[in-house]
Design a protein around this ligand. Structure first.
Ligand SMILES: C[S@@+](CC[C@H](N)C(=O)[O-])C[C@H]1O[C@@H](n2cnc3c(N)ncnc32)[C@H](O)[C@@H]1O
Length: 294
């Protein structure tokens, strides 16, 4: 979507002479915009799909902006042209590789759509590489939704493998007073983003609303545990079903309460730090990590 492309380019804060690596060439349009602004010699774009890379290379050549398009896995970055002043990913991430931190100069920026497997949603995060080059840290900016980086695509849970015929009747049953609106079943809800940061290995699926009833399913990707909550219109309590080793709804509800008690923070109060050891999400400041549930 053009508005997302331009908003990300604005957030990338480029200026003359900067060297940029783009992950995910796609059509080549974003790479062309960067090259037009910064000069051909300052832009490298990497694309994992060889056919897509070839088409983009040809389109860029015909357009008169033959950007350097590398065919390869952007997860590794592209050491040959490093260090970069900026790295921009135009595919959604579930894990931000330390290689990008190593390939960005201290003070440089990494901009990427990032999220968890709990929902398909991403939020752009802008990390600044520390002076010692050993970490990168920064806040989330805007909710977005991107095609995911190839190696980090979710294998969507098969409902019938979790919930065979009749499983609902033998599941543990309870209720919750949280409403669908407060819980956040819409595409770009900060509540869902916050729950996903806390509950590991959990995938959420919002089913179609019928006759005032809104079922939401939760599947563990670490075992066959599942949960379902049926939100109702007219202020009635929602019914909860849970089955398996994990009490998935209890985990999700605890995570939601933490978000609620934290003042229902929006995307911009959350941030991410990436080091050689991994990535940590935080609220308000890097020394306030988002707690993990379960
Ligand atoms: C949303 S499109 C990018 C749009 C692009 N920037 C443009 O201007 O058209 C995402 C692209 O990321 C590519 N991609 C996915 N995983 C990748 C990876 N590991 N390394 C490099 N590219 C990847 C996809 O093949 C796809 O072309």
């Amino acid at each position: 979507m053009p508005s997302v492309v331009f908003s990300m380019l604005r957030d990338l804060e480029v200026s003359a002479g900067m060297k940029v690596l783009e992950i995910g060439t796609g059509t080549g349009w974003n790479a062309a915009l960067l090259a037009y602004r910064l000069g051909l010699e300052n832009v490298t774009s990497i694309e994992v799909d060889a056919a897509v890379a070839d088409t983009a290379r040809e389109a860029l050549r015909r357009f008169g902006l033959p950007v350097r398009v590398v065919t390869g896995d952007g997860l590794q970055g592209h050491r040959a042209d490093a260090p970069y002043d900026r790295i921009i990913a135009t595919c959604g991430l579930r894990g931000l590789p330390f290689a990008w931190v190593e390939q960005t100069r201290p003070g440089g920026l990494i901009l990427a759509p990032w999220g968890t497997n709990y929902v398909h949603l991403d939020a752009t995060v802008r990390l600044t590489v520390a002076d010692d080059g050993q970490s990168a840290s920064g806040r989330f900016l805007h909710p977005v939704e991107f095609m995911k980086l190839r190696a980090q695509r979710l294998a969507w849970p098969e409902h019938s493998e979790y919930v065979p015929e009749g499983a609902i009747t033998s599941a543990a049953r309870s209720s919750t007073v949280i409403s669908a609106k407060d819980f956040g079943v819409e595409q770009f809800d900060a509540a869902a983003f916050a729950v996903g940061l806390q509950v590991r290995d959990c995938v959420r699926a919002v089913a179609e609303k019928r006759h005032g009833s809104q079922p939401v399913w939760f599947y563990s990707s670490a075992c066959r545990s599942w949960a379902a909550v049926t939100f109702c219109d007219h202020g009635r309590k929602a019914t909860v079903y849970q089955s398996g080793h994990r009490s998935l709804w209890d985990e999700v509800e605890a995570a939601w309460h933490w978000w609620d008690l934290s003042g229902r923070p929006g995307f911009g109060r959350f941030g991410l730090t990436v080091t050689a050891e991994g990535q940590t999400a935080w609220l308000d400041a890097p020394d306030h990590p988002v707690p993990l549930v379960g």
